[in-house]
Each structure stands twice: as C-alpha cells, then as structure tokens.
Write a protein that binds this ligand. Structure first.
Ligand SMILES: N[C@@H](CCC(=O)N[C@@H](CS)C(=O)NCC(=O)O)C(=O)O
Length: 181
C-alpha cells in the first residue's frame, strides 16, 4: 500500500520466525506479528488495518462515499475472517512448509473450505472488474494480498478471480514491493 501511494518509507525486514520473541519488536507490537507500521509515534499492526489506515490518510484508494467505504470494510473483514485461516493452512501444507512437514490432507481440507468463499468472489468479479466501484481500491489490495498464491491455481477453476488476481499482481507497486527483502 505504501508503494501504491508513492510514500517514501523505510522498510525494516524481520525474520517472521523470530519476531514473536524479539523484545525490541514486542515493545513496538505486542502481538509479535509482522507487519507493523510506524508513522511518527503511531504504531499499528494487522496488515489489512495498516492498508486501510494508509489509504485513508495518504491517498485516494479508499472511496469517500460512506456506502463504498462500508463495502471496502466488508471485503476486508471477509478476507480476515473467511479466507485467511483456510488460505494459510492451504499455503503452509502446499507451499510454505518444508516438503517433509506438509500434510496433503490438511491442504485438501483447507482447499475444500475455500471453495465456497472463492465462488462468492468469482460471482462478484463476474459482475464488476473491481470489488468496490469502478477502479482498484484498498478492498482489492486487501483481498488479493490475503490469497496471493492462488493466482497460480485459479486459472482453470475461476476465470474472473484469476483475471482479477493477475491485474492486482501486475501493478507496478506490487512488482516493486515484491522485490523488498
Ligand atoms: N493477521 C495478521 C497475520 C500476521 C502474521 O501472522 N504474520 C506472520 C508472518 S507473514 C507472523 O508474523 N508470524 C510470526 C508469529 O506469528 O509469531 C496480519 O495480517 O497482519
């Protein structure tokens, strides 16, 4: 989001396996999760909340219309509550864990749980190019970044989701941000 908004910022990478035990980081973000953002003396964690904050404070990716803003919240909360846990389980057991630790049954069960929400996303994107309004917003950024790896597997099953994920991940801000350590 910071790159989308053209903000100049300092990126401080941390080992995600260690950050929950790093005293200096825990003093900043007691949840111990990454990312966190520091804006002056304001500190915020939870990636989707960070994106909403930056969009609201620095740019035009949060619509001003209250109903469109509510839709942005709806999609963002949906990503956090309905997609994230199952996506992480699927991603861990299909991509992230060392091969020896992957459990194909866990991956399959998480993938099955994702079917209904992804069908909902497919339906929404069959009617509209972007999730809220007529252009890319923080709703697209939040939902797409929650399910980033699915862009490689949705091609056959859900063409509208696949097309939209490709659009989101072809944006120059994403390409630039993905090169950060
Ligand atoms: N819902 C959180 C999830 C953050 C999260 O779990 N991040 C991982 C790294 S991608 C992490 O910090 N893991 C370390 C830990 O949980 O101890 C968000 O979106 O910010």
């Amino acid at each position: 989001m910071a790159t989308e908004l053209g903000l100049s910022f300092e990126h401080r990478p941390l080992e995600w396996q260690q950050c929950g035990r790093d005293e200096a980081y825990l003093a900043l973000n007691p949840a111990g999760t990454i990312p966190a953002v520091v804006d002056g003396d304001f500190v915020l964690s939870e990636s989707l909340a960070i994106n909403l904050y930056l969009a609201r404070k620095f740019g035009s990716l949060l619509p001003v219309d209250p109903q469109e803003q509510a839709k942005v919240m709806q999609w963002s909360f949906w990503a956090a509550t309905t997609l994230e846990d199952n996506y992480i389980q699927w991603a861990e057991h299909s991509h992230w864990l060392p091969a020896a630790l992957r459990d194909p049954t866990a991956a399959a069960s998480a993938a099955a749980n994702l079917n209904q929400p992804l069908d909902r996303l497919e339906l929404a994107l069959s009617k509209s190019e972007w999730l809220v309004g007529a252009s890319f917003t923080v709703a697209d950024l939040n939902v797409a970044s929650t399910i980033a790896l699915l862009r490689n597997v949705e091609r056959e099953k859900r063409p509208f989701v696949a097309r939209w994920l490709n659009l989101c991940f072809s944006r120059s801000a994403y390409i630039q941000a993905a090169k950060l350590p």
